[in-house]
Design a protein around this ligand. Sequence first.
Ligand code: NZQ
Ligand code: ZN
Length: 407
Amino acid sequence: MKPFEFFGPTRYVFGEGVTEQVGGVLADAGWKKVLLVYGQGSVAKSGLLDRVKESLGAAGVAFAELGGVRPNPEVALVREGIGIARNERVDAILAVGGGSVIDCAKAVGFGALHDGDVWDFFSGAAQVTQCLPIAVVLTIPAAGSEGSSSCVISNDELGAKNGTNGDAFRPRVAFMDPTLTYTLPPYQTAAGVTDMIAHVCERFFSGVGPVPVTDLIATGIVRALIEAAPVALDNPQDFDARANIMWAGTLAHNDIAGCGRSLGAGRAGGWESHALEHAISAFDTSITHGAGLAVIMPAWMRYVWREDPERFLLFGQEVFGIEPLEEGDEGFEGAGTARAWAVEATIDELAAFFQSMGMPASLDEFGLAPENIDAFCDLVAKARGEEFGCFKKLGREDVRAIYELAF
Ligand code: NZQ
Ligand code: ZN
């Protein structure tokens, strides 16, 4: 087990009806005025936004508003939010939505305390050390931003989608009511589950050997998701399935599934699949992050597994009960082949699970074409450098080969 720090400052308030507590909890924290950040309509339509406003009003917490955050949130709206946060002198930012809204809120929260432009934090010119407090009412379990130290923002002018990390902007409190997710379209439910599994896998396949306690948490999260997802897709109002998915999304990305699995300082894993996915959703901002991962991650796995087959065998055993063939089994052609069969079967099962939820199997389903691969490679290099990754170092030709596998 490698050295690690686990920092989990978020207070999670979980269960049906917890939104009623928003105003009281924020008032108790001493926040007198907040910036309410939300997306493009779902929270207005469901009535949640009004309920949050009522709760704030009843507790005497004033608010300013920043609505219209799009999926793959863009830096222009962040800048607008920073202006409002400063003019209105808010004490905290309250995100009501999913990863896009939360990340926009986080960027407003640290951008408001920065003298230069907020993109400095995404270009690598500055490191986040301080942030206005962030509170969250989560409406879609997916990105895990409600407990994470990540923030991902797009810059359409530069054609970029970059992330930054910092403990300063981990949310202070997250309200998580599974019933709020009943209205999620199947595609968003499925993309969210895919993203969670990717968050576990990025850490699980991190270039570090077994860490049983963490490995079993990780594979347990994936098993719970594989069990709950079809139930929620079949019956969107199944409380337990929705609740398990919601909490799994947090555990998949608050770093508990990576303790002791980091090669260096900081988060476990090289986040290779995320780097390749962020390039395609920067290239076409209408692409849903989780759906992109459903295609990219199996392609990455097929390309890299030979670096450390044991990790894949463990994943296959724990998640799908797949064991390598043994002498005497039908199809057995030697130990090496049997292991390769088990790893390939594991990756096939995972990809088949994503597709069973309605996720795509190939990048061409997004309208992308192999001719776009050069542009994707440029975007990856711009965000992560010419060589990156932990499980296997990826140079430009490796990245290209993985994209080719994804078509
Ligand atoms: O905008 P509205 O109308 O609210 O609709 C949203 C949006 O269209 C809709 N939605 C959300 N809650 C709903 C709902 N529709 C019906 N009922 C509800 N209860 O769902 C759509 C997707 O929302 P979004 O916030 O974009 O989803 P997600 O949570 O998947 O966030 C994706 C973003 O997070 C980034 C991704 O790259 C992407 O930009 N990530 C952030 C991470 C982090 N900060 O830790 C880590 C991730 O790896 C990821 O990169
Ligand atoms: Zn993700």
